[in-house]
Write a protein that binds this ligand. Structure first.
Ligand SMILES: O=C(CO)COP(=O)(O)O
Length: 224
């Protein structure tokens, strides 16, 4: 990843709007806007969409979760090797909607490192951001849970948590990049986040539920 380029990571979650045909629509929009803006725009689709997305679009694709298991007798788990061979660049770990124990987060980060998958560890406050940074992931993504899906932007409602998380992560491990998310919806939100020391944003609803995801993505990168 070129760290001079801002990073916009769109989590499609399990929104109906992020499935099937619409996942293609969002990925195609991300590819167009990334190309014209120079921003890196990735998507984290449903597991079943990882391969089609990574196969059809020149954008980085991320899993929404992995389980820290190795190949063998496990049922209903997400094998990191499977995510890798489906073409994922990396994976979210410990999203607020898919929380893990600290030991599991550590094991997932190690599995990702072993397989050369980028690890994006989600956190809910500056203390957990510091703890996550100690595990040496590629990214810590601070998302206050109460603002997720709220339509109220963390950049505007709680810039302090971004600033404190950036400082906490830098103090523990300056090689770890910081993303932020929750309610991000405009270029202004992204600019505030980047000005506070993040390398970009993790977001979902404003793009996934948009009638015109390309227009929203274009707005998101417009002030960078
Ligand atoms: O949880 C998020 C991204 O992973 C944020 O979701 P919203 O952008 O919908 O608030």
């Amino acid at each position: 990843m070129n760290m001079d380029s801002p990073f916009i990571l769109v989590n499609l979650k399990t929104y109906q709007e992020g499935m099937g045909h619409n996942a293609h629509r969002i990925a195609a929009a991300a590819e167009i806007v990334a190309k014209e803006s120079g921003a890196v725009i990735g998507i984290a689709p449903a597991f079943t969409e990882l391969h089609p997305m990574s196969h059809h679009y020149a954008i980085p694709v991320y899993a929404q979760h992995i389980d820290a298991i190795t190949p063998g007798a496990h049922t209903g788990h997400i094998l990191p090797e499977a995510v890798r061979s489906a073409g994922a660049r990396g994976t979210l770990i410990n999203h607020s909607e898919r929380r893990l124990t600290l030991a599991d987060i550590d094991a997932c980060v190690q599995a990702a490192r072993r397989l050369h998958l980028e690890s994006v560890v989600c956190t809910n406050n500056d203390a957990t951001s510091a703890a996550a940074a100690a595990l040496r992931p590629d990214y810590v993504a601070i998302e206050p849970p109460e603002l997720i899906g709220s339509g109220v932007s963390v950049s505007k409602a709680d810039p302090g948590i971004i600033e404190r998380s950036v400082n906490a992560v830098r103090a523990v491990n300056p090689d770890v990049n910081v993303l932020t998310g929750a309610g991000i919806q405009s270029g202004e939100c992204v600019k505030i986040a980047v000005d506070l020391g993040t390398c970009g944003v993790l977001l979902a609803s404003s793009v996934v539920k948009a009638d015109d995801p390309e227009a929203v993505l274009r707005d998101l990168v417009s002030l960078l």
